[in-house]
Design a binder for this molecule. Structure first.
Ligand code: UD1
Ligand code: CA
Length: 462
């Protein structure tokens, strides 16, 4: 028996009041739809179709290449979307199971989806339900005296008695292919919203004696996201799952509630994460690294034993035992080799710092190569941009760049070379040399007396 997956994700998500299609909203490193697809992945589906409509181009960009996209031009309801998705699956065998999921239930777990799809030989299919005190907005699960599921009634179509039902439809179904297709052929748009509801399939099948088995789940796993406050709850829940997984593996967190780690990030056991840290994208934190408090790290790797605090690190490589911050900004292409230091109010871009090199205070290093053990004084700027092109600064090993040096690129500073504080360096500096560019200091004796006299004269005038 093969499993096929159809995910319905064509709706606009009106209640989000957002330009972004609802299912494309990011949650802890994946889109809402990405979480649904990930939960279904362990089923090893023979084929996966995602039904898109509103904002299809934006959503398509976020999908893996092996997913087939079917377009629902007009959103006539979940039943109509399911028809389109199932038609795009291609051939299915009668005993195959089609799993239909909604793209807006990101908290689904793989184990729940697996239980759903485990349709037994004598069953037509299964659906997932859950109980909550206030199921407003959800379709209600109507059972007969024997407890079998008879039908799903949408909130707006419920009788006052049905509104009292606390068991709601999660919107996830696993039904045998032939029965599913036949039942979908029979649905109509005769309801409060004038839409084709996939949920009508349940009553159609029950009418033929093909009852669906209900898998009752925890409501946190199946909540549908229709608004920003529900999105925030989903973020909270999924972030908690990421943090719990990491802590179980041996990552130390002072305050997981205030630690924001994407699903895509790798954190090695033995790393320590302080509050206010955001780790995003393709980021790796090695063992014994200490990150935070209050740092933002995206698409970067932090080496073993390194420390990053109160800093922003984007597209950078921080080597073993390096130190970053407080208040540093490492931009795209920054590479710190082992034991190097970037201190307070230092910005780097497309710059390599050799082993043990240091830029401890207030500097800008752009398009630069700094050799091992060199020291960059406070206030140093690589003047890399002439208004048209970017140019490179090369600094050798064991060099000493004095405070407030302007390195006007392109320029090369030799090994063990020094620059005098306050110099504007426009020519290359040889190995072992000191370059100093500074006008001589003048002194005007008694200057304060002249100033006082001028002040007094002005007062007399007024
Ligand atoms: C749906 C169910 C309801 C269930 C709830 C669970 C129906 C009729 N109702 O209601 O029983 O309790 O989910 O969260 O199915 N979509 C399309 N094309 C359409 C309409 C919707 O692809 O024409 C997609 C949406 O993008 C969304 C999903 O289907 O991802 C569910 O649609 P939504 O409008 O959110 O349904 P609910 O009103 O929440
Ligand atoms: Ca919904």
């Amino acid at each position: 028996m093969a499993v096929h997956i159809v995910v319905l994700a064509a709706g606009q998500g009106k209640r989000m009041n957002s330009e972004l299609p609802k299912v494309a909203h990011p949650i802890a490193g994946r889109t809402m739809l990405g979480w649904v697809l990930a939960a279904a992945q362990p089923l090893q589906p023979e084929s996966t179709v995602v039904v898109l409509g509103h904002g299809a181009d934006v959503v398509r960009e976020t999908l893996p290449s092996d997913v087939v996209v079917a377009i629902q031009e007009q959103q006539l309801g979940t039943g109509h979307a399911a028809q389109i998705g199932i038609a795009a699956l291609g051939d299915t065998l009668p005993g195959d199971v089609i799993v239909v999921l909604y793209g807006d239930t990101p908290m689904l777990t793989p184990s729940l989806v697996q239980e759903l799809a485990d349709v037994q030989a004598d069953e037509t299919g299964r659906l997932i339900t859950a109980h909550i005190d206030d199921p407003s907005g959800y379709g209600r699960v109507v059972r007969d005296e024997s407890g079998s599921v008879q039908e799903i009634v949408e909130h707006r179509d419920c009788t006052p008695e049905q509104l009292e039902i606390k068991e709601f439809n999660a919107g996830i179904y696993a039904i045998r292919a032939d029965e599913f297709r036949a039942a979908l052929d029979e649905i109509t748009d005769d309801n409060a919203q004038g839409e084709y509801y996939i949920t009508d399939v349940v009553a159609i099948l029950a009418g033929k004696g093909d009852k669906l088995e209900a898998v009752v789940s925890r409501p946190e796993e199946v909540a549908g996201i229709n608004s920003h406050d529900q999105l925030a709850e989903a973020q909270q829940e999924l972030r908690t799952r990421v943090n719990e997984r990491l802590m179980q593996s041996g990552v130390w967190m002072l305050d997981p509630q205030r630690t924001y780690i994407d699903e895509t990030v790798t954190v090695a056991p033995g790393a320590r994460i302080y509050p206010g840290v955001h780790l995003e994208g393709d980021t790796t934190i090695a063992a014994h690294a200490v990150v935070g408090p209050d740092s933002f790290i995206v698409d970067s790797s932090i080496g073993e034993g390194a420390r990053v605090w109160y800093s922003v690190v984007r597209g950078a490589v921080v080597g073993e035992n390096c130190q970053v911050g407080p208040y540093a900004s490492l931009r795209e292409g920054s590479v710190m080799e082992a034991g190097s230091k970037i201190g307070t109010f230092v910005e780097t871009k497309n710059t390599t710092l050799g082993e043990g090199a240091k830029a401890n205070h207030q500097a800008y290093l752009g398009d630069a190569e700094v050799g091992a053990r060199s020291n960059i004084g406070a206030g140093t700027v690589t003047v890399n941009y002439d208004g048209v092109d970017k140019h490179k600064t090369e600094i050798g090993e064991d060099a000493f760049i004095g405070s407030d040096t302007m390195l006007v690129a392109p320029v090369t500073i030799g090994d063990r070379a020094s620059t005098g504080a306050g110099s504007v360096i426009t020519n290359d500096v040889s190995d072992d040399a000191l370059a100093i560019e500074r006008s001589g200091q003048r002194e005007i004796p008694g200057y304060s007396h002249r100033r006082q006299a001028r002040k007094a004269a002005k007062k007399a005038e007024d």
